[in-house]
Structures are given as structure tokens and as C-alpha cells.
Ligand binder design. Structure first.
Ligand code: ATP
Ligand code: MG
Length: 389
């Protein structure tokens, strides 16, 4: 029996005149993602994308797992294909869904007729198919309110499709419809989640990581690469720019007041990050900050950091509790890797009593006791690029 996957696009369907562009981009992303599983024909019509495998040896379970990570898809289902003939639809439903119907106690049938030339209306299709299945599986009760299995029949332009369960898609918008931004990534729990959330809104990612060897190790850097590899399963491939940050941190420690170490460091991070981001065609920066989580994430500290930024800084976690962030990190599978105990440059030279309400003028003054320009240029020049896929 021929099987295909039906994908429902959500928000894209509301995009009016731009809709075709969003759909084309989504199809391009799907093709790129499914390339390694075999050959498919992928067609879009009536708010549904059909993914049709072109050979029998394709593992549709694997394909479904891959599809569940593509942004822009709200739900999807594996479905069988039947000729547009009511008897054939009934037979196909009974055969294709036999296993789940044998296991269930109750069911109902829902029908959609987008081909208005089909001689039966939706209620009639549901009644006919429902009656047939009830005869064939006499243990089943019909329950229209809370059925264990909902059998869906969709009569569309070229064929009828029958499916039993609907799987949740990744939601969001197709990656790269929302421009390009640079995620400042540490090895912690928060920043990979922030990266995922912005990719979900259609943003293409570039990653920037600050490393301070020998205070931070190669293993810490590898951990960040591993986290990005997991995120790239959703966001698509990206480049990671590792910035050598040791000299700058040592200069901060030597010359600046201890309670301002972190805030000055973060301003320099922003400064460097936006230079790299601009070179790479990014329009915004992303961080994993959440209001009040640590001293450098108070409103005052964030205002101080943002003073040096000349592009938008997205902080998708700003209003979230740690518990909520962890929930997402578990869902996207970054949590365990994030918990590996390697040091981050932010934890090197941390002040005992950081300022939680730093005054911008004060910070600026403290910062100006060092001539940073050459060190910043040197750091940008010496970034190491790692391709993540
Ligand atoms: P995370 O779990 O993401 O590490 P955190 O709660 O530990 O966050 P901080 O260490 O204060 O918070 O960092 C706040 C944000 O600054 C991070 O979410 C990340 O965006 C950025 N950041 C921190 N360390 C680095 C780093 N080494 N390289 C690049 N960005 C960093
Ligand atoms: Mg951190």
C-alpha cells in the first residue's frame, strides 16, 4: 500500500501575498533535510505539503523524526493513498489502520473534501467509512467526542489520503525567512535554548563563542561544538566563530575594578560579537540571558551591555524561569551535554561582589583606562571558524 506523509503548515498559511515565498522556502528546507533518506516528490497545495517517497526502501519512521524538527510545520501524519472511489477508500482505511483499530476501543471518522467534484460530501464520507469500519471491527464503539482513534479521510486533487494519528510538528517559521543573527553561545543550558528559539522564528544562525585558554579547555570548546550540532538538527548548518579572549580578560583583571569585571567583559564581548556578526551579514545578536538570573542580567547590567550594541539584541529567554528553560533544553536534547562540567570564560576571574546596578558612565570610565581597539581587532582577526552540520 502506498504511503506518504502529509504536512500541515500553520502560520505560513496566514502570510497573504508572501505565502508562496514562505512555502517555497519551507519546501527547500524539507528537501535539504530529507536528502539523506532517499528521493521524494514534494508538492504543496491547499495548505498541505505532500512528501511522497519515490522508492520502497525508505524508512518512514526516520523520515518522520527528521520532519518533526523542521520549523514551519504544525502537524504531520503518515497516510495511505487510495483512488478517489468510496469503496476503495473504505477498503484502504480498514487495511491500513487495522493494527491501531484492533488495539482501540473507540473511534470516529473525520473527512475533508477539498476536491469538490467528488460526488460525496464530508459528512457522507464519514458516515459511510465509519459504518464500514464499525462492521469490520465490531469491538469498536463510535465516540464522536472523545475517541481513542480519529480516522481522517482527505479527498484531494489527485487522490484520497487516509490516516489515523497526527503528530506534532516543530511549529514556528521556516529557517532563514527571518534573516540572520549571531548567537553568543556558552556551554551552559540557556544559550543553546535561545539559539533554538530564534531558529524557530525563522532566523538563520551564526554562532560566536569566546574562549580563554588555558583558563578554558579544548573540551569546553568541543562541548559548545557538540551543543551546536544538536541545535543544527533544527536550525540547519551554521558556522561557529571561536574568539580568542584570554588577553582581553587578563587586561580587564589587571586594570579594572573587580566589581565591574563581568560587566566590562560583557561589553567587550558585545563589541567583538557585533563586528563578526556584521562581517557575516547578520542583522542581530542573540543571547541566553534571563532577567535577574545573575548579576550581569539585571535591567541595569543589561542596559550597560546594550549601550555598546549597535544592532538589535534578542533575548528570547528574558521572561523565562530556569525550570522552563530546562524543559525546552530537555525537549531539544541539549540538557545533558550542557550539564557536562567544563568551565566557561564567564566563570574565569568572576568578582566576589559584582555590581548589580552599574552606572553606565562609571563603567565607561573604568573601561577607558585600557586602550582596547588593537586587542579587539586582534581578537576579531584571529577567530577560528568551525563548520557545524
Ligand atoms: P548559559 O547557560 O547560556 O551559559 P548563563 O546563565 O550561564 O547562561 P552567563 O554566563 O551570564 O549566563 O551568560 C549569559 C549569556 O552570555 C549566555 O546565555 C550567552 O549568550 C552569553 N555568553 C556567556 N558566555 C559566553 C561565551 N563564552 N561565549 C559566547 N557567549 C557567551
Ligand atoms: Mg554561561
Amino acid at each position: 500500500m502506498k504511503e506518504i506523509i502529509l504536512l500541515k503548515i500553520g502560520e505560513i498559511a496566514l502570510k497573504g501575498l508572501n505565502r508562496k515565498n514562505f512555502e517555497d522556502l519551507l519546501i527547500k528546507n524539507i528537501k535539504r533535510k530529507l536528502y539523506k533518506y532517499g528521493r521524494f516528490e514534494i508538492v504543496s497545495s491547499q495548505s498541505t505539503i505532500r512528501v511522497m517517497p519515490l522508492s520502497d526502501d525508505i524508512d518512514l519512521d526516520e523520515v518522520c523524526t527528521a520532519i518533526s524538527k523542521i520549523f514551519g510545520i504544525v502537524t504531520f501524519s503518515r497516510a495511505c493513498v487510495a483512488d478517489k472511489d468510496l469503496d476503495k477508500i473504505k477498503q484502504a482505511a480498514a487495511e491500513y489502520l487495522e493494527d491501531i483499530l484492533l488495539d482501540a476501543k473507540s473511534f470516529k471518522v473525520e473527512s475533508k473534501r477539498s476536491d469538490k467534484k467528488f460526488p460525496y460530501g464530508s459528512p457522507e464520507i464519514s458516515r459511510e467509512v465509519g459504518g464500514f469500519l464499525a462492521d469490520k471491527f465490531p469491538h469498536l464503539a463510535v465516540d464522536v467526542h472523545n475517541p481513542e482513534v480519529t480516522v481522517t479521510v482527505e479527498v484531494r486533487d489527485f487522490a484520497a489520503y487516509i490516516h489515523g494519528s497526527v503528530m506534532e510538528g516543530a511549529g514556528g517559521l521556516p529557517v532563514s525567512c527571518g534573516g540572520k543573527a549571531a548567537i553568543l553561545i556558552s556551554g551552559g543550558i540557556d544559550s543553546p535554548v535561545a539559539a533554538y528559539m530564534m531558529a524557530k522564528r525563522g532566523v538563520e544562525l551564526v554562532a560566536i563563542h569566546f574562549a580563554s585558554p588555558p583558563y578554558t579547555s579544548q573540551r569546553a570548546e568541543d562541548k559548545v561544538r557538540d551543543l551546536l550540532t544538536i541545535v543544527s538538527d533544527y536550525s540547519g548548518q551554521m558556522d561557529m566563530y571561536t574568539v580568542p579572549f584570554t588577553k582581553i580578560q587578563e587586561e580587564i583583571q589587571k586594570n579594572c575594578p573587580e566589581e565591574l569585571f563581568t560587566i566590562i567583559m560583557r561589553r567587550l564581548m558585545m563589541n567583538i560579537a557585533q563586528r563578526i556578526a556584521k562581517q557575516q551579514g547578520c542583522q542581530a545578536l542573540i543571547t541566553g540571558e534571563s532577567l535577574g538570573q545573575v548579576a550581569s542580567q539585571t535591567i541595569g547590567a543589561i542596559a550597560c551591555t546594550d549601550e555598546v550594541a549597535n544592532m538589535p539584541v534578542f533575548r528570547p529567554l528574558i521572561g523565562m524561569d530556569k525550570k522552563e528553560i530546562i524543559e525546552i533544553s530537555r525537549k531539544i536534547n541539549t540538557f545533558e551535554t550542557s550539564c557536562l562540567p567544563y568551565e566557561d570564560c564567564c566563570t574565569v576571574f568572576t568578582p566576589k561582589h559584582p555590581r548589580t546596578r552599574p552606572k553606565v558612565e562609571f563603567v565607561r570610565q573604568a573601561e577607558e583606562c585600557v586602550e582596547w581597539a588593537d586587542m579587539i581587532a586582534e581578537a576579531v582577526e584571529n577567530v577560528k571558524i568551525t563548520h557545524i552540520e
